[in-house]
Design a protein around this ligand. Structure first.
Ligand SMILES: Cc1cc2nc3c(=O)[nH]c(=O)nc-3n(C[C@H](O)[C@H](O)[C@H](O)COP(=O)(O)OP(=O)(O)OC[C@H]3O[C@@H](n4cnc5c(N)ncnc54)[C@H](O)[C@@H]3O)c2cc1C
Length: 450
């Protein structure tokens, strides 16, 4: 037995933390997973609302996402397609106007192809964004300026803005051009493939099936309801302090709290200036995802609204008991009370004619202190200083999570990538570890709720 309680403490049991814990236990490390919530999965959450199991957070995955695809294959999980839309809407002169889905995509095609070509040039190796000299040079550029500089008629300009506000799940004011290019680059510069990756294929059994598969493949101890308040570097070990006053000693820590939740943890010694600045700057993805049911089995549809509307994108997903279940996204969680049916009805009326909202459901990720954001989409300047700062270990503390991934940052894929990277960093820091015997099975992890 070594002096510390654990070789590694992993803070957060989302995809990044679970992946890191699994990798480390497979390498014989004694690992404790501390999760503040009463469930695993983090910003993915399959939960029962509106009469069915729905994904309140991260949902869609794709075979061009290498890390999540490998995990699905590893655990034998398949895909469930979202329905193909047969109808579409977009705003014309401030009113919803119908259009065919193909015509809608055609309106977006030329400008997004141009952005896709730029993405391949600027990020020829999309999983090495920090190696791109052009990326560094362009890092202060704003996406909105680049979109407005394209030679587009008003309809295309408005639709393109809305498409990117959807991707950012946030206001475009200081959204980084490089962030948009990075998304396109990982999709090989093909915006249609990117769009498909973002909203077409769900995990069979939901995200819960994959997080449970990863958890059952590690013998890490798991504590739910364990809110980490401090991490203190002592000469012989790191002390992880919980909000309930208890503490754990460990040789290393991986922190997977999202960028907007990291400020709740007190570090001693304090984090370096660049890291603190990155936390203070935050990111743009502060929007909303809501679910609602509408009367009747509507033909499956998608709808874009104005980029700064309370809801700027709708996608119908299920038919159940004579109702249609729809997902809505908006760029600013504070601009809409997603729990209020009549407010949602007003927002929906701006995008589609003739829908009657019956019931609403969702989770406010932006107000939730354990996330503080939806998916991370970065501001101008992040590549030059933010990402390098977050990728630098703070002594024996490593930061991980989808917010700091190289490739599909912002996605489940990026969280898994980052968990693997963090585990490798720890194994490099602790080449031998305590080499505790690894006995993973579905019941071996010690799951407690405090
Ligand atoms: C509405 C929404 C829609 C999305 N849609 C998609 C999609 O369709 N496809 C896709 O690929 N991705 C999507 N994403 C993004 C994806 O869900 C995330 O990028 C990914 O799940 C993040 O995983 P993570 O492990 O990095 O972080 P998280 O899942 O946030 O995990 C971090 C964990 O740390 C815990 N934690 C935080 N602070 C503490 C603390 N002090 N002590 C202990 N525990 C703490 C949190 O509770 C959380 O469980 C979406 C996200 C949202 C919110």
């Amino acid at each position: 037995m070594t002096a510390q309680d654990y070789d590694v403490v992993v803070v957060g049991a989302g995809f990044a933390g679970l992946t890191a814990a699994r990798e480390l236990t497979w390498s014989g490390r004694r690992v404790l997973l501390l999760e503040a919530r009463d469930r695993i999965g983090g910003r993915t959450w399959l939960d029962r609302h509106l009469g069915l199991d729905i994904e309140l957070g991260g949902t869609w995955v794709h075979w061009i996402q290498p890390f999540v695809w490998a995990e699905l294959h590893r655990y034998g999980l398949g895909l469930v397609p979202s329905p193909e839309p047969v109808a579409a809407w977009r705003p014309v002169d401030g009113r919803p106007a119908p259009i065919t889905p193909d015509a809608l995509l055609d309106l977006l095609d030329a400008p997004n192809q141009e952005l896709g070509r730029a993405a391949r040039e600027v990020f020829p190796q999309p999983f090495s964004p920090l190696q791109s000299e052009q990326g560094a040079l362009l890092d202060d550029a704003l996406l909105i300026d680049r979109l407005d500089a394209l030679d587009l008629d008003e309809e295309r300009r408005s639709l393109l803005r809305s498409f990117w506000a959807l991707n950012f799940n946030g206001r475009l004011d200081d959204a980084a051009y490089t962030q948009a290019l990075r998304w396109l680059a990982v999709a090989n510069g093909d915006w249609r493939v990117l769009f498909e990756a973002c909203a077409s294929y769900k995990i069979a059994g939901g995200t819960r099936a994959l997080v449970e598969a990863i958890l059952s493949d590690t013998n890490a101890d798991l504590r739910l309801g364990a809110d980490v308040a401090s991490i203190t570097d002592r000469p012989d070990s790191l002390i992880v302090g919980l909000a309930d006053g208890s503490s754990v000693s460990t040789a290393s820590v991986i922190v997977t709290a999202p960028l907007h939740a990291l400020g709740r943890i007190r570090f001693e010694p304090e984090l370096p200036v660049d890291t603190v600045r990155t936390l203070d700057t935050g990111q743009v993805g502060l929007g909303t995802k809501i679910w609602f049911s509408v009367d009747g089995e509507q033909p499956h549809f998608v709808a874009f609204g104005e980029h700064d509307a309370p809801l700027n994108f709708l996608q119908s997903e299920y038919h159940i008991d004579g109702r249609t279940i729809v997902i809505g996204f908006g760029p600013d969680a504070h601009a809409i009370d997603a729990s209020d049916r009549s407010t949602v009805q007003q927002a929906v009326d701006r995008l589609v004619d003739g829908l009657t909202v019956i019931e609403v459901a969702g989770h406010d990720w932006t107000s939730d202190p354990l996330s503080g954001e939806t998916w991370p989409m970065h501001r101008a300047g992040y590549l030059k200083s933010g990402l390098p700062a977050m990728r630098t270990a703070h002594g024996r503390i490593v930061f991980a999570g989808s917010d700091f991934a190289d490739g599909w940052g912002g996605f489940i894929d990026g969280a898994i990538e980052s968990g693997l990277t963090a585990a490798r960093s720890i194994l490099n820091l602790q080449p031998s570890g305590s080499a505790a015997a690894r006995v993973p099975n579905s019941t071996s992890h010690d799951q407690e709720s405090s």
